[in-house]
Design a protein around this ligand. Structure first.
Ligand code: PRP
Length: 178
């Protein structure tokens, strides 16, 4: 089946406003005394992460690290098994960690990741996601910062892909079957 881009679900302005709000929430929660490690889960979250950290005040001690894991590949269902392709560069032991994801769907990827990262003994670990497809949850995940709750429809853009395509869109759009 062929797919094409559909309507905009979240415009670039709506996303930018919400990203700013989330950054303010994070800045208020952690303050200036705590060092934060923001962990982005490649590839999708890289777009959201780079925007959100740049909205944090200059006097916040924030580091950025990335992990590359696979759960979906080119399919639309999570396998539930997270394979690590690229691990963090630095230890998170004793650190305040915020895991940043573009989307939580079944919750399987995040719950695996949280378990894995908790095992490395961070001082604290919170989760920040741009999109929450809450209707599809198969396992409970505690999301501390959430951009938007969205319906169970396929969306792309702002880091989200369909078979590797359309990540570069500034707006988040529906994908529709032709
Ligand atoms: C997406 C997303 C999460 C996962 C969420 O990643 O970034 O990691 O799926 O799905 P779940 O809650 O059902 O586990 P994907 O594997 O598509 O990788 P990508 O970021 O490289 O596109």
């Amino acid at each position: 089946m062929a797919y094409r881009l559909g309507e905009v679900i979240l415009s670039r302005d709506t996303i930018a406003r919400r990203v700013k709000e989330l950054a303010e929430e994070i800045a208020n929660d952690y303050g200036k005394d705590k060092s934060i490690v923001v962990v982005g889960i490649l590839t999708g979250a890289a777009f959201f992460l780079t925007d959100i950290v740049r909205e944090l005040p200059e006097d916040i001690d924030v580091r950025v690290d990335f992990m590359s894991v696979a759960s979906y590949g080119d399919n639309t269902e999570s396998s539930g098994v997270v394979r690590i392709f690229h691990d963090l560069k630095s230890s998170i032991e004793g650190k305040h960690v915020i895991v940043v994801e573009d989307i939580v769907d079944s919750g399987l990827t995040l719950s695996h990741l949280i378990g894995l990262l908790e095992g490395r003994h961070p001082e604290s670990l919170k989760v920040c996601v741009l999109l929450d497809k809450y209707e599809r949850r198969k396992t409970e995940v505690k999301v501390d910062y959430c951009g938007f709750r969205i319906p169970d429809k396929f969306v792309v853009g702002y880091g989200l892909d369909y078979a590797g395509k359309w990540r570069h869109l500034k707006d988040i759009k529906y994908v529709v079957a032709e």
